[in-house]
Design a protein. Structure first.
Length: 54
């Protein structure tokens, strides 16, 4: 049995790669590239969605 929907960080060097939606406060599939809060600063000039857990 799975643990719900997951989203992948689009940074090829991300040390985690896959995240459960609930763990990163994602409600629906991101449009375009998505970077985790750890990788997002490296991609600040690109179009992206970064969610940090609050």
């Amino acid at each position: 049995k799975g643990y719900g929907s997951m989203v992948a960080c689009d940074d090829p060097e991300c040390r985690y790669e896959w995240f459960h939606y609930g763990c990163v406060n994602v409600i629906e599939k991101p449009k375009g590239k998505w970077y985790c809060s750890e990788c997002a600063p490296k991609h600040s000039g690109s179009e992206m969605t970064a969610i940090s857990k609050t």
